[in-house]
Design a protein around this ligand. Structure first.
Ligand SMILES: Nc1nc2c(c(=O)[nH]1)N[C@H]1C(S)=C(S)[C@@H](COP(=O)(O)OP(=O)(O)OC[C@H]3O[C@@H](n4cnc5c(N)ncnc54)[C@H](O)[C@@H]3O)O[C@H]1N2
Ligand code: MOO
Length: 398
């Protein structure tokens, strides 16, 4: 049997980062920057007011600590005002938040410290030099890098891209991932179950996991246990896929469509990986474009765990992100645990919030409700079979 680490290493050797492309900002959420982004101007681009109030010379309002000071209001500066303003000694200008600071002014008195006058203003408190002024370049200097290549673009990153004037940006796109479920027993949720059937669930889990990992998931529906039908569906889907995930049809049964269809191509390997759940695994490439294909086991917990261990790092690499395994934390077990010899186990557990982790009671690979109860996978190394309560373990928070 291959180890989890060997299988992952094989996958990461094969999978490549997607080619960068230019996208409009509106479409860039969730993609990864493929360029360093610099600012052509300082931010803020000019000294401006942080508050609605009066631009003054600080020395002219110093005396307000003794009693009110009255200054003539010589002009009004609104945000967006492009005129040149100069403030002479002993004068004030009404100014709004974001408006350029008039030359000669070195402080802003918030309107709350005044009588709000428009011809003359009575100032009740002194404002020190620099008060309520935002200086040019205090966030970013002209030419500064604001985002390095490899940054995942979220809402704040979109904001700074627009803030430095970008309309388009060079990114690695979200990988398009097609999920094909196989199994003659599978019925669409929302339709009645015939005898022997179960509702298809893996594609919903897998597509959600793809989206959380930064990809775009497409559900290709259900294919029965027929290799030709599977191949037909795969061919039809390849045109829109950067990656294909299949579930089911990879173990030792008489009807294993995925293995039957992909095995003979010679580009997809099926093997046993020393893990529980998720032992039967297939991985390789298909089609002219050598699209990576993950043939995951059909048991619902197995396919999800396989996703976390193998597909997620591959998706990260495709996006130009570090292909690190799922992050782990340590926790102390609150109950004894068992694990098969020679396999790395990923047991389902719930974090206690006080540094503990409690295994859920049902640990079968088919027990989807137990998976839904869990918020962590407890990692038990290959050489450990019995873990007493109180052992420190690695867990993957879900
Ligand atoms: N003789 C052996 N039998 C099995 C072995 C083995 O080594 N020797 N391995 C077992 C293990 S471990 C796993 S995991 C499964 C993997 O089987 P397949 O990948 O071929 O998956 P199926 O047989 O198609 O399905 C397994 C199980 O999962 C249910 N399933 C499948 N697809 C879905 C779906 N989309 N949504 C919900 N549930 C699904 C399916 O009904 C089966 O119950 O093989 C063991 N057998
Ligand atoms: O590998 Mo299977 O996933 O144990 O149920």
């Amino acid at each position: 049997m291959r180890s989890v680490d060997e299988h992952l290493a094989d996958i990461l050797r094969t999978v490549r980062a997607l080619a960068p492309l230019e996208l409009e900002l509106e479409r860039a959420l969730g993609t990864t920057l493929a360029e360093e982004v610099t600012s052509p101007v300082p931010l803020p681009p000019f000294d401006n007011s942080a508050m609605d109030g009066y631009a003054v010379r600080a020395e002219d309002v110093e005396a307000a600590s003794q009693g009110p000071v009255t200054l003539p209001v010589v002009d009004d500066v609104a945000a967006g005002d492009g005129r040149l303003h100069a403030l002479g000694p002993g004068m004030a200008m009404r100014i709004m938040t974001g408006a350029p600071l008039p030359a000669g002014a070195d402080a802003v008195v918030p309107v709350e410290w005044t009588d709000g006058g428009t011809a003359r203003v009575v100032i009740e408190r002194p404002a020190p030099k620099g008060n309520a002024i935002r200086l040019a370049g205090e966030d970013v200097h002209a030419g500064d890098a604001v985002l390095p290549a490899g940054t995942r673009i979220g809402p704040a990153q979109l904001g700074i891209l627009a803030g430095v004037g970008r309309r388009r940006v060079l990114v690695r796109p979200r990988p398009r991932v097609v999920v094909i479920s196989t199994g003659a027993e599978l019925a669409e949720p929302g339709t009645p179950l015939s005898p022997g059937q179960i509702w298809e669930s893996n594609s919903y889990t897998l597509i959600a996991a793809v989206r959380q990992a930064g990809g775009e998931g497409y559900r290709a529906g259900i294919v029965g246990d027929d290799a030709a039908g599977f191949m037909e569906q795969l061919d039809a889907q390849l045109v829109r896929a950067d990656m294909v995930i299949t579930s089911g049809g990879v173990s030792m049964g008489a009807y294993e469509p995925v293995k039957e269809a992909l095995g003979p191509l010679g580009t997809v390997r099926f093997e046993k990986v020393a893990m529980q759940p998720g032992m039967p695994q297939g991985f390789g490439v298909v089609g002219e474009d050598e699209v990576p294909v993950f043939a995951l086991p059909g048991n619902p917990v197995s396919s999800f765990v396989s996703f976390m261990l193998f597909v997620r790092p591959a998706l990260r690499k495709m996006q130009g992100l570090p292909a690190e395994p799922a992050p782990t934390v340590t926790a102390v077990t609150t109950a004894p645990l068992r694990s098969p010899a020679g396999k790395r186990s990923y047991l389902r557990g719930t974090l206690t919030g006080q540094g503990g982790v409690t295994p859920v009671r049902r640990q079968g690979s088919h027990q989807l409700a137990a998976l839904a109860e869990a918020d962590a996978l407890i990692v038990v190394p290959e050489d450990v079979t019995d873990l007493p309560e109180g052992t420190t373990v690695e867990v993957i928070p879900l």
